[in-house]
Design a protein around this ligand. Sequence first.
Ligand code: ZN
Length: 160
Amino acid sequence: MSVNRDADLGWAAGFFDGEGHVSYRRGYPNKSTGRVSGSLIAVVPQNIDNVEVLEHFKSIIGFGSIGGPYKVKTNGKINRRFEVRYGVNEVEELFKILRPNLREKKTADFNRALIQYWTHDPKPTEEDFKRTIKRNKKKGCPECSGEWDAFICKKCGYIA
Ligand SMILES: [Zn+2]
């Protein structure tokens, strides 16, 4: 391996150590099967003026996709963010590349997320239902988009 490749990999791991996040996520119970899907995601967000840094990271890793701009509110100010993201089929490979140079904290984060994913149980939990209700409340009534409690709409009478 070339000196540059080593330096690049060291830089990429340091960048992820500082700015990256990896997590396991549960979906919402499927309407017909009731099963909950499991997923993995790794992201590194950056402000709009740092998008080349994300391109550089992606080119060292050799894969990944850059998304944005996303509007985010920080301290009452709206910023535009980009992120490089790795999906469920990419996180393990990303970890293999970063691992030799990654610090303890993010190594533990990858290990935790991967174990949670490998031991994913599709049976919906109480927490899954709570999240679903919260999401449905936020979405509003599916019929009239009116405010509702995720069970019955007081405006149009729709029942979930
Ligand atoms: Zn309604």
